[in-house]
Each structure stands twice: as C-alpha cells, then as structure tokens.
Design a protein around this ligand. Structure first.
Ligand code: C2O
Length: 567
C-alpha cells in the first residue's frame, strides 16, 4: 500500500468507476473523491477491505498532508448492478458456480429512470385462499402466458424463468456491486430487503397484467399470518395449474399448517398460537426502531450482510415460509428453500406479497419511534428491472415507501396477532429463584450450541429500560440451515413454546454463501416490552436461555450482554 499516514490509514484520491458509469446515466454525482483505507480490524461494516481493492485499481498517491476526512462522508447508497458484468451465480454449500445461468438479458437501449404512472384506480391484492373463480382463472391464464414466453422467446425478460432469475442474480452473487468487482451484491438481511422485493413484485405483477391485457390485475397474497391462511393456498397445489410447482415439501401440502416458529411442535392449536406469537414479536413486541423492522444499513462497498442484520420480519416469518415450503428431497431444498431457486416457485410471489403486506401493516401500527428511514443511503439505494414493455428501468428504495403510489393496496382482513401480546405470569419470576445452574457469562462463552445454554447476565440498570440483548460473535456454518430461540427469565430448563412472556426472539438462517463458508454476526433483541411482560421489577440481572432447534452443533456464540439501546 501507499505511504502510511496516521497509524495504518492511507488516504488516496481516485476515480470511482461506479461514478463514471452512473454519470453517463444522468445521475449527478461527484466523480472524484478521496478514499481512506485503514487496516483497522474492527471496521464493523466490513467496508475497508473492498475499498482497498478498489483503490488497487485506481491511481495511488501518497498523501502526507491531507486531513483525514470523516469516514461517513464516504457513505454511499447501493447502486444498481451492471447487467453486462453479470457472472456465474454461486452454489451456497460449495461456493462453486451454479450450472444455471441466471443473468438477465443485456439491453443495448439506455437505462430509463422509472416514472411511476399516475394512479387512477388501485389494484387490490387479495388473500390467495379467498380468490374468486374468475380471479383464479385470470391468474392462471397470465401465468400460462408468462411460462409460454420461456419457450417462444427465452430471452424475453418477461418470461417466467427470466423473472425467477432476477432473484437468483440479485441474491447469489451473479451481480457484483457496481464499482466493486468481486464484491457480491445481495438484497437480503439489510434495509434494502423490503424495497427491492416490493419493486420486484411490482414489475412482476404489471407484466402478468399486461400479458392478459388487464391493468387491474393484482397478485394474491398468501395470508400465512391468519389461521385461515396458514396452509399453502390450494390454488398452488393443483398439479394441472400453471401455478403448480412440484419442488415442494410433500409433507407440507394442504392441510398441513405452516410453522412460523420452525419448532418441532405438531399440535395444530399450539402451532397456530405460536405462529401468532411469532408475528406479534416480529411486528410489535420485538421492534423498537425502523431498522429493527426493516434491517440494518447496507451501503456501497459493504460486505454481504449477515443473517443477524436482517429485520425482524425478514429473519422471522419470511425465512420460515421459505424453509417450510422448500423440498427436502432436493439437494439444496429447491425451490423455495434456497434463494437461488426461490423465484421458480409461483408461491414465492404470493409469499412475498404477504411479506410486503407486513411492511404496509407495520407502517400503520402506532409506535413511539419513527417509521421512516431518512438516510439518503437508504432512499437512494437503487435497482434495475425490466418493465412490462421490456424497458430496462432504474428504481430507488425511497420511491416505493407508499404502496398506493405504486398503484396497489391490500384487501383488509383480520389481523389476529395485533393483540397477541403475551399475558403476564400471575407471579413474576425472581432471577435469584431460577438462577440455579446458570453460570456467569465469563464461564460460558464462547460456547457451541450443542445443548441448551443458561447464563446469568447483568442488566446495565435496575428495572424497566429500553435495553438490548446482544448475542455477539455468532459463528455458523453458513451452508446449513440454523435456528435457535432465546428466552429471558424462563423457569423451564428447556423452554419449548414461544407463546409466552419470556420469549425474546429467534435466530434463523437459510443456507447462504459467504466467501469463507463461515457466517459471523450478532443478534440484537429488544427487551423493552419483555421487561414489562415478565414484571422485571428492580432486578439487576436476568437468566438468558438459548435453545438450539436446528443444527445447534453448527453454531458458536461468542458472548451475551445487555446494553442500553442507543437510538
Ligand atoms: Cu429474496 Cu424471500 O427472498
């Protein structure tokens, strides 16, 4: 590296290739800037290495008299990928290139900044289990035509395989981040999760509508958050329908009830109760800021975000449905059980329609924190899609916040989890009464989750507070599905139900690829409401119980602490 400046930092002036490309597309941006590269080991956002790499491509200037600028000045929104540089997608388990090419067709026409059409009438997305016969017929006809394009013109970006490939390319490393060759772009486990998937469904829906000449066509949603909708909707389970996909878990065909908690409980009543408890927790009880729900920041140059950086809903019900539908007969749980293949299942789009609906519901739930993210690195994060006229268009996260501006709404149905806050226990548990056998954290960590871990954790202050429970240094085998649940002051040695006041949250991972094959991350759980639920009183420590559910042997936890939430 060039000459050293302060400690182990170098300041370099370079032209960022991303900005060169962007400016030809009429985005006014600074084209020349300074980069700081530090060998700090603790850059928590993993941004440093990649910038070093970028710098390696530009001119290097020893900078002995520069004042170190604020690192935040270099923050940047995620940029759309360059389709012509799309490469092989990777297999999660081995990191090997997949034998499918999921790159989009390259357009020679210019990229167009997408303008939302004026809305005259809202398309209404309805629950898939209550679709009328005529709407089912329309949906099937549209899907038939979309699948037909696969055969008549495989390069038509509106074809079903091309639509499915969008997900693969944006999720399995086929696209690099613009300006960061070799750095995978990933639309999961961060604050771009909701906006990316909203735009993706938006164009998918408009393509289906245009194929049948019906501008009012709306995708249905899989209403898995309501007991009435917790089975795979019947319209997807008819082998004669273009909505059918054979690559699903055969044990989970109707009338099996989806298990949002991914527990081993089979009793249907308990399953439904836990589903509602999970929904309440990820939508309300375990959320105390916009990024808790939406996901943590992900900016240009950042490494692929780890599971724990995802928002509560993405990490929770969203992942659970993927895993529940995916076919265990397939090596990588295709279709829905793996990101690269998920878009090949028509149920994906109904599933994500409900995920998107959760965003709209959360926006309206009363809260004492703001629901919007005003960081321009969020608002300006942008993506490319082909629209229903095969134009390559650019859209930004900040332009899809309001679903009605995008011309659609969700039919109102009962939301039974809204009032599913766990009931308090008649007698509050005292930490000292249940602390037997729980060790102090210095004695416990790091620990491999081969069995349930009970640990005594000090609180930063007595009584109720806006605290965070942080599980740090979580190392997982990223090629495996992993899940564990976390409880606070639970009397049971092995808590096995989630619909209780002591349930704090869950860590669930779908297999995904990182360069080293080892996932690393942390999990932050909000304790504010849990303290009230368990009547924490003036206790100054709690017992935290961590219960492995899936592949605990592939998880190591570095430490657990409780800290005041900083907002
Ligand atoms: Cu991009 Cu449900 O995943």
């Amino acid at each position: 590296m060039a000459s050293s400046l302060i400690a182990s930092c170098t300041v370099l002036s370079t032209t960022n290739p991303r900005h060169r490309i962007a400016s030809t597309n009429n985005i006014a941006r600074r084209s020349r800037r300074f980069h700081v590269s530090c060998n700090a080991a603790d850059d928590k956002e993993g941004r440093v290495d990649r910038r070093n790499m970028l710098l390696g491509l530009g001119g290097l200037y020893g900078a002995t008299n520069l004042i170190l600028p604020d690192l935040n000045a270099y923050a940047d929104p995620i940029q759309p990928p360059e389709f012509k540089s799309c490469g092989a997608a990777h297999e999660f388990k081995t990191g090997d290139p997949l034998d499918v090419n999921c790159c989009p067709p390259v357009s020679i026409a210019d990229i167009v900044d997408y303008k939302l059409p004026t809305v005259t009438k809202l398309r209404r997305r309805q629950p898939a289990h209550r679709l009328s016969q005529s709407n089912i017929a329309k949906y099937e006809e549209a899907m038939r035509l979309m699948r037909e394009l696969d055969v008549t013109d495989p390069d038509d970006p509106r074809g079903f395989t091309q639509q499915a490939n969008i997900h693969c390319a944006y999720c399995n490393g086929a696209h690099d981040q613009l300006g960061f060759p070799g750095l995978d772009l990933s639309v999961h486990y961060s604050w771009i999760f909701f906006p990316f998937h909203r735009w993706y469904l938006y164009f998918y829906e408009r393509i289906l509508g245009s194929l049948i000449g019906d501008p009012d066509f709306a995708l249905p949603f899989w209403n898995w958050d309501n007991p009435k909708g917790m089975q795979l909707p019947a319209i997807f389970d008819n082998p004669d329908s273009p909505l059918y996909d054979a690559n699903r878990n055969q044990d989970h065909r109707p009338p099996a009830i989806a298990n949002l908690a991914r527990s081993d409980i089979t009793d249907p009543v308990q399953t439904i109760s836990e589903n509602l408890a999970v929904m309440y927790n990820e939508m309300i009880g375990g959320v105390n800021s916009a990024t808790d729900f939406m996901g943590q920041p992900y900016k240009a140059g950042d490494e692929v975000p780890e599971t724990g950086m995802g928002g509560t809903s993405e990490r929770g019900s969203h992942i659970s449905i993927h895993a529940w539908v995916g076919d265990p007969r397939n090596q990588y749980n295709e279709d829905l059980g793996n990101f690269y293949s998920a878009g090949r299942d028509t149920a994906f789009y109904a599933h994500h329609s409900n995920v998107d609906r959760m965003w709209t519901i959360w926006q309206k739930i009363k809260s004492d924190y703001p629901k919007t993210i005003s960081d321009t690195d969020y608002l300006n994060a942008s993506f490319l899609f082909y629209d229903e006229n095969k134009r390559l268009v650019r859209v930004a996260a900040g332009d899809c916040t309001d679903n009605t501006a995008l011309g659609y709404e969700y039919e109102k149905v009962d939301i039974p989890w809204l009032n599913y806050r766990p009931l308090k226990n008649a007698e509050p548990v005292k930490t000292k009464d249940i602390a037997r056998g729980a060790l102090g954290s210095e004695k416990v960590f790091p620990v491999s989750l081969t069995k349930t871990v009970r640990v005594l954790v000090p609180k930063p202050s007595k009584g109720n507070a806006d605290d965070l429970l942080v599980l740090e240094g979580i190392q997982t085998d990223s090629t495996k599905p992993v899940k564990f649940d976390v409880f606070v002051n639970d009397e049971a040695d092995e808590p096995n139900e989630l619909d209780k006041p002591e349930y704090a949250g869950t860590y669930a991972q779908l297999p995904h690829r990182v360069h080293s094959g080892k996932g690393k991350g942390s999990l932050r759980l909000i304790l504010k409401e849990l303290y009230e639920n368990i009547d924490i009183g003036d206790q100054d420590s709690v017992v935290v119980t961590i219960v492995p559910r899936i592949n605990g042997k592939d998880v190591t936890i570095g430490g657990v602490k409780i800290v005041p939430a900083q907002r």
